[in-house]
Design a protein around this ligand. Sequence first.
Ligand code: DHB
Ligand code: FE
Length: 279
Amino acid sequence: MAELVGAVGTSHIPAVGVAIDKGRTEEPYWAPYFAKLPPLREWIAGVSPDVCIVVYNDHANAFSLEIIPTFALGTAERFAIADEGFGRRPVPQVIGHPELAWHLGESLILDEFDMTLVQEMEVDHGLTVPLSVAFGQPAAWPCKVIPLAVNVVQYPPPTGNRCYRLGQAIRRAIDSYPGDERVVVFGTGGLSHQLQAQRAGLINAEWDAHFLDTLVHDPEAATRITHLEYLREAGSEGIELVMWLIMRGAMNPQVKEIYRATHVPTSNTHNGVLVLENA
Ligand code: DHB
Ligand code: FE
C-alpha cells in the first residue's frame, strides 16, 4: 500500500521564487528567511517521497473567470510551468503520476467529492514556489507531483471544513492505493496577507500562531474557522489557509510537529513553514 509519510505547509510567495531563481538568497533581505529552511529540506530529503500531492491555488493563470473549478486534480503525465507575465520560471518540468492521480480521482469522486479532473494544466507560483522552498534548485524535481488546485480566488471558496473532509478522503485514497509509493502532502499559501485595498500589507502574526497551534493540535476546531474570520484576521488572501486544512485532514488526528518557522519580511506575506508526521 502507498504510505503517507508526512505533510508540509508552506507559503508560496512569488518573490521567494525570484530570489531563488536569481541567486539572491544570500542577500541581507533574504538570508534570514532562507536560513530557516534547512530543517524542512533535510526532513524531506530524509523521508524521500516518491510523490508529493501539492494542494495549491491557481492565481488566474491556468483558469480564468470563465472556468473556476473548486477542486481540480491534475491527472496528466506532466505540467508545464506557467508564464505569469515575466517569462516561465527556470525550474524543472513538473512530472505527474497519472496512475495514482486517477486512483485519487476515482476514490474521491466515489467518496462523494466532485473533483474536476484536469488532463492539461500549466502550474503557477502557487505550486512551483513550494517545490523550490522544499527542494532548492535540482536539475529535476526529486519526486512526482500531483497538483490539486483549490479555488480561493473567486468567491465563494470552499469552507475549511469541506477542505478538511477532502483531506481525510485523500488519506483513504492513499491508504487504498496498491503501490508502495511514499507520499507527502503539501498545503500551501498563507499565512496572513492582503495584497490590495486599504489593508494592503496586513500581517497578523498573533492570529497566525493561534491558527497553526489549532491546526496542529485541534484540527476539528480549525474546521470551524469561518471565511469571515480568515478575511478579518488574516486578510483577503489569508483565505489561502483553507488549503492547509486539506493537508491536515490527510494526516492522523494526532500528529507530531517536526518543524515550524515563520518569517517577516518576505514580500507582503507572513511566511510560514510547517512539517508534520503522523503520531
Ligand atoms: C504574494 C503572496 C501570495 O500568496 C501570492 O499569491 C502573490 C504574492 C506576496 O506576498 O507578494
Ligand atoms: Fe497566493
